[in-house]
Design a protein around this ligand. Structure first.
Ligand code: NDP
Length: 230
């Protein structure tokens, strides 16, 4: 039975990914900051006949990340999905909140790397050997014509670069690492006017993930499978 670990699983895309993988018979480690308050996720887990295990995980907390990795030792992880993310302040040039910017980098850039460093052996021991980093089109340098959103854009652009380095460094172990853009999606982050429903985005992401091999490693895809420029 394939196994996935998904961060930021209590709401939005993360929660829908958990439901989707579990529906298809995957075992899922669903990670969220406050399991006791994540009632929807607990309902998903209850309906999944033991396939979904909920874990407490703030991805910026080194001790929690190490502890979870230790507790899963010996369990191969076919897919590590670094989904958790924050947008941060939207102020334009001239009014940056640098502390808030640093927080965005902690969650969107450093945390995925911390997750990979801690879970890489479990991924290497699996059959599928996939790592997906949830990026964003807003992190594409080539496509930036809108400016602004300095914290979010820079965090996802840097995550893209880290994804590429990981792909190079982990290739000898047979691990594929990709950056994914889910589309503009109706979540708390995307807002109600977003173009895609969560289910449309997740269905697309699942198709893309299903087709990934080591040949796609180090690339940046959107939910439709189209390759995006860095
Ligand atoms: P939401 O805001 O709906 O959900 C974000 C999730 O990340 C929540 O589960 C949140 O948990 C979790 N999270 C935030 N900080 C931490 C942390 N320190 N530790 C653990 N979990 C944390 O966002 P989406 O579902 O829309 O976004 C998911 C991913 O997709 C993000 O990486 C985002 O950047 C990306 N994305 C989304 C787009 C969209 O249009 N929606 C477009 C492009 C990319 P909590 O409830 O505890 O805050």
């Amino acid at each position: 039975m394939p196994t996935a670990l998904i961060t930021g699983a209590n709401r939005g895309l993360g929660q829908a990914l958990v439901r989707s993988f579990a529906t298809d018979g995957w075992r899922v480690h669903a990670c969220c900051r406050v399991p006791d308050k994540s009632l929807d996720l607990r309902r998903v887990a209850e309906a999944a006949d033991g396939l979904v295990e909920v874990h407490r995980l703030d991805v910026t907390d080194d001790l929690q990340v190490r502890g979870l990795a230790r507790s899963l030792e010996g369990e191969p992880l076919d897919l590590l999905f670094n989904n958790a993310g924050i947008y941060g302040p939207r102020e334009g040039f001239g009014s940056q909140d640098f502390e808030a910017w640093a927080k965005v980098l902690q969650v969107n850039l450093l945390a995925p790397l911390r997750m990979v460093e801690n879970f890489v052996d479990l991924v290497a021991a699996s059959e599928r050997k996939l790592i997906a980093n949830m990026s964003s089109r807003l992190g594409s340098i080539a496509e930036n014509r809108g400016g602004s959103s300095y914290p979010y854009r820079s965090s996802k652009a840097a995550l893209n670069m880290a994804t590429r380095s990981l792909a190079v460094d982990l290739e000898p172990r047979g691990i594929a690492v990709v950056a994914l853009h889910p589309g503009w999606v109706q979540t708390d982050m995307g807002g109600e006017e977003a173009a895609l429903t969560i289910d449309e985005s997740v269905a697309g992401l699942r198709r893309v993930i299903a087709g990934l091999t080591i040949d796609e490693s180090g690339r940046f895809f959107d939910y439709s499978g189209a390759e995006l420029p860095w």
